[in-house]
Every structure is written in structure tokens, then in C-alpha cells.
Design a protein. Structure first.
Length: 204
């Protein structure tokens, strides 16, 4: 059976969501981040970066959450990649956009607001990154006009990767209510049984 290492409330969460989407059998091994288990000698053999998630599937050992998801989709549910060259291109485009454009400012604010003790918090870092978000979310909102999903046809890893980052807007206090297309898209995603199972695991 495959083993996915890492707590559901970290980047491992998007892999757990994908595992639920593809319906594969898996075990989720918790890694105690507070105890620095991700830096332990045994875990570094699995992911030499000392980060979660990591996936072990027989002889295959992978790090990077989105790469893990591409592997899972290819192996168990290829339609999640898109069914044509054009749809797969959309999946790559949105996955790279989510990880290289949207994620950084969101995570910078998340670190300041959630992890940093109040006396060490930098309002300048919060402000400069929050300022980037309206532009980024406008791009996403406009791209979703008259579409249920990002590739225009069906739910894919484009949606899963982008939504897994966009959903951090709420905990950092960025209001998405004026982005109507994003609201409808998130509602369609939240109706998915695999997403609901993933959310239940997060709340457990
Ligand atoms: N690009 C990586 C990021 C992995 C990552 O930064 N994971 C965090 C948890 S969300 C982590 O393990 N941090 C521990 C550390 O940086 O020491 C991925 O998507 O898998």
C-alpha cells in the first residue's frame, strides 16, 4: 500500500485530497513537525529536503506535493490531468501559477499572522503581500467567467492545485466575497465527496 508522509494540515493535505479523488488505497503516516521528525535521519532518507509531504509507492519515492499529485493522477485517474493536450496544458499552467505566483504571498502572510508571535510580526511583510492578492485573485476570477472548472470542461488538478492555495485566503483574512466566479467555483469544489472526506480528515 502507498504511504503518504505528512500531516493533513500541511502541503500533504493536497496529496490526501488527490488520494481521495483517485480512490487509491493509502496510509497517511503522521510526521511530528513540532518534534522535528521531518529533520530526523530516517525521514531525510525519504525526503532529503526535510519537508512534507513525501510519497512512497513500492520503489517510487517522491517529494513535492504537486509532482506527487501528477504521479497519482497518471497512475490512477489520468482524466484528472485533462483529456486533451490543451486541457493538460491548462493543468500545468494553473498548477505552476498556483505554486509560483499565488502561493508565495499567501504563505508569507500566513507565516506572519498564524506562526509569528505578535511581538515579532512584521506588518510591512503582511501589507506588501496582501497588496498583491487582489490582482492575482482577479486573474483567477476572470478566468473562471462562464466556466465551472478551470479547463472549461471538468474538474482537474488545475482546480485542485489552485483551490488548495486559494483556500488559504480565508485563514489569512483576505475576503473573497466580491470574486463571484471564485465563489461559485469553490462551491462546486466543496460539493465533491473527495473534498468533503479531505475536509473531515482536516477537522479530525
Ligand atoms: N514545495 C513543497 C513545499 C513543502 C513544504 O514547505 N512543506 C512544509 C509544510 S507545509 C514543511 O515541511 N516545512 C518544514 C520545513 O521547511 O522545515 C511541496 O509542495 O511539497
Amino acid at each position: 500500500m502507498m504511504t503518504l508522509y505528512g500531516p493533513v494540515k500541511t502541503s500533504a493535505g493536497r496529496c490526501i485530497w488527490t488520494l481521495e479523488e483517485v480512490g487509491a488505497q493509502y496510509e497517511n503516516k503522521n510526521i511530528d513537525m513540532r518534534a522535528k521528525e521531518h529533520k530526523s535521519e530516517s525521514f531525510l532518507k525519504i525526503n532529503p529536503n526535510g519537508k512534507v509531504p513525501a510519497l512512497v509507492d513500492g520503489d517510487v519515492c517522491l517529494f513535492e506535493s504537486m509532482a506527487i499529485n501528477f504521479y497519482l493522477a497518471e497512475k490512477y485517474k489520468p482524466e484528472l490531468l485533462g483529456t486533451t493536450i490543451e486541457e493538460r496544458a491548462q493543468t500545468y499552467q494553473w498548477s505552476f501559477w498556483a505554486s509560483s505566483e499565488l502561493q508565495d504571498p499567501i504563505i508569507q502572510v500566513f507565516i506572519q499572522k498564524i506562526f509569528m508571535p505578535e511581538d515579532k510580526r512584521s506588518q510591512a511583510v503582511i501589507d506588501e503581500n496582501m497588496e498583491l492578492l487582489p490582482g492575482l485573485f482577479s486573474v483567477l476570477d476572470q478566468s473562471l467567467a462562464n466556466k465551472n472548472f478551470l479547463n472549461g470542461r471538468a474538474f482537474s488538478l488545475a482546480d485542485l492545485h489552485t483551490a488548495s492555495v486559494a483556500s488559504i485566503a480565508h485563514p489569512i483574512g483576505f475576503d473573497l466575497s466580491s470574486y463571484k466566479n471564485i465563489g461559485l467555483w469553490m462551491k462546486a469544489i466543496s460539493d465533491r465527496p473527495a473534498f468533503q472526506k479531505y475536509m473531515k480528515l482536516r477537522q479530525a
